[in-house]
Design a protein around this ligand. Sequence first.
Ligand code: SAM
Length: 448
Amino acid sequence: MPRQAAYEAVAAVHRDDAYANLVLPAILRDLRLHGRDAAFATELTYGTLRVLGTLDAILTTAAGRDVQRIDPPVRDALRIGAYQLLYTRVPAHAAVSSTVDLVRSVGQGATGFANAVLREVAGKDLDTWVTQLAPPMETDPVGHLALAYSHPEWIVRAFAEALGGDLAETGRLLIEDNERPPVHLCARPGRADAVDLADEVGGAPGAFSPYAVYLPGGAPGELAALADGRAHVQDEGSQLVANALAVAPLDGADARWLDLCAGPGGKAGLLGALAAQRGASLTAVEVAEHRARLVEQAVRGLPVTVLHTDGRTVGADRDLPEGGFDRVLVDAPCTGLGSLRRRPESRWRRQPSDLPPLTRLQRELLTAALRAVRPGGVVAYVTCSPHTVETHVTVTEAARRSGVPVDFVDARPLLPAGMPGLGDGPTVQLWPHRHGTDAMFLAVLRRG
Ligand SMILES: C[S@@+](CC[C@H](N)C(=O)[O-])C[C@H]1O[C@@H](n2cnc3c(N)ncnc32)[C@H](O)[C@@H]1O
């Protein structure tokens, strides 16, 4: 049954462009899978989707034909079978026979083929397959890392560039991207204390964010603290960058805060709670209607006004006056390459051609933010991507072209004291393998 669930989820991702984290819960419910069975189905689904590139290279060799030419239902079943053989402790005979059963139910007449391919796959362990199929690290490091750790080459290249060309560290990042991501809670300031909340949920206080709680087990389920608005689910890195905006030094008024890209409302929830403690209020802007509704739910009871509009209308919208805000967050739409752990299929969907329209939008939104902030006020530009085109290039280009005088603020002192691996400033790049967070980028600008 767990394998059937994983098959249905993986097939829906490939057939319907579905998102695994959205389809899988419904499939688990339909098949009435709970506890260990549900956990196994989840591992098979997420694991198979993450390491798809490596699995496909191996299956292509084992089948003696391009995996893309195998009938899609059989192909997905083989991928789940190969994942079990190479990445889990499932005994080989169980992985093979259960996959052949699966193939019998989805691809008529292909059981002999599936049996032969899986026996071939099982003939070598993962390291041996990688040694056989990956180009040598010495001559083609990007190709090697891409195959060994299952990322598209353009993403490996982008990560390596953001890590200053350090390929050993790039490898550590890729390995981390293939791990099951942790679930972090944000204990909302003024409503909950992280240490008490950690006790309550059987978790541990976060290493860096004063609001973070690490949840054991990976699924937040029906926690009372979430239901009654004392906490929300939020990666620790997201908490840190939102908090950095709130603690950036500011002369003069500090009452009007703006979140220009607020949906679904994680950072607006934290900023709203901080604003409440400081007698400030937050305007949260979101262009997508359903996401604006999610922001409204996330900020209930906090001094937050949600605007369902385009953040680029600063100056044209009465509620978004030029120079009207003391602190502004631009948590820009981006490729999301910094949170690949959480979206197993996304590394295979994203394309380099996604970058130009996104970076144009990022520049426009940051320019709007620089117009929205008052002289002396601060803007935090954030992405959950470390791609330098979306980080450094966007920030320097927008600052240069905006016509607004701006200075970089060193973002490092705005993060908790003693936090390692923050680089040379003034911007900050967080990393899964260094900080256990998503790869959030933060630049803080002050309007002159
Ligand atoms: C990275 S997400 C923001 C995440 C959010 N800050 C949080 O912490 O939950 C970017 C958001 O910007 C929204 N967006 C995209 N274009 C926009 C625009 N022109 N104006 C306002 N919001 C926009 C997207 O719909 C998306 O919800």
